[in-house]
Design a protein around this ligand. Structure first.
Ligand SMILES: NCCCN[C@H]1CC[C@H](N)CC1
Length: 292
């Protein structure tokens, strides 16, 4: 029906659908890469959907943007150079901006339309683009990484959509190898890593690629995001060989970050206990995901 966002045959969650009632359509368009839809929901605020898949909502975006950013950045001493792959809504940029040690923030987003519409409809996220440290590159991430000098970044955050659209190549080995090359020794990657309820095979493939490619520590963490399929989303934390990184014991206390925020929302989800808890897995997931 026109007023429901339904998706029964998505190969990422066959036979499942995740629907939010559309109160009012705010924007509908198509870029060379995907369909872009923004609508007002009944209880989650504004919603961004790409090819019919919920990417973020006003109500629960904090869980994903804060965890994907602070899990890596609070695990290494004073991160200076950070790269975001994807993340065109600006939410991850807003979170990185809380870290006073950061000197430059590169972002490589393939779809200019996502950037433009989020600037119009999600000012609380796109505020991230206003930070003077941000340098925007619109284009393909593999290309961008190939042209990045070796050992450039302290941290790389891959804030991708599902690997069945433009993000397809962001789960393949060559991509992870270009990421490892762009990280400095002891540098860290935090990758969007799908759901432990739905995607253990995909996560296992990513885990084995990352264990071969990064040779430092590799851990799976997760958070609850009600509007993502299964209500949970994972993060793959990888450290390139070099100075050891202990993801499970954050060294940058969140309190130090609170004041650093230039504009936009206060922290609503991340804290040091949630950081530690994110790496605690249910038994089925320990069996399937910790064997690496
Ligand atoms: N920056 C917006 C979040 C994009 N992350 C993905 C959205 C779609 C989900 N199925 C998986 C995470």
């Amino acid at each position: 029906k026109a007023n429901k966002l339904q998706y029964y045959n998505n190969p990422m969650w066959p036979g499942e659908t995740h629907s939010l009632k559309v109160e009012k359509i705010l924007y509908q368009g198509k870029s060379p890469y995907q369909e872009v839809l923004i609508f007002e929901s009944l209880t989650y605020g504004k919603v961004l959907a790409l090819d019919g898949i919920v990417q973020l909502t006003d109500k629960d975006e904090c869980a994903y943007q804060e965890m994907i950013t602070h899990l890596p950045l609070c695990s290494i001493p004073s991160p200076k150079k950070v790269l975001v792959i994807g993340g065109g809504d600006g939410g991850v940029l807003r979170e990185i901006a809380r870290h006073g040690s950061v000197e430059s923030i590169d972002i490589c987003e393939i779809d200019q339309l996502v950037i433009d519409v989020c600037k119009d409809f999600f000012p609380d996220l796109s505020v991230g683009f206003k930070d003077p440290r941000v340098r925007l590159h619109v284009g393909d991430a593999v290309e961008f990484l190939r042209n990045s000098p070796e050992g450039t970044y302290d941290a790389i955050i891959v804030d991708s959509s599902d690997p069945i659209g433009p993000a397809q190549e962001l789960v393949e080995k060559p991509f992870f190898e270009t990421i490892a090359r762009a990280l400095r020794p002891g540098g860290v990657l935090c990758n969007q890593a799908e759901s432990m309820w739905l995607h253990t095979h995909l996560i296992q493939d990513m885990l084995s690629i990352c264990c071969e490619t990064f040779k430092g520590s590799v851990h799976y963490a997760w958070a609850s995001v009600p509007t993502y399929p299964s209500g949970a989303i994972g993060f793959l934390l990888c450290a390139k060989e070099g100075p050891p990184v202990n993801f499970l014991a954050p060294i940058n206390p969140i309190e130090k970050l609170e004041g650093a925020m230039t504009a936009g929302r206060d922290i609503r989800f991340y804290n040091t206990e949630m950081h530690r808890a994110a790496f605690v897995l249910p038994t089925f997931a320990k069996r399937e995901l910790e064997a690496y």
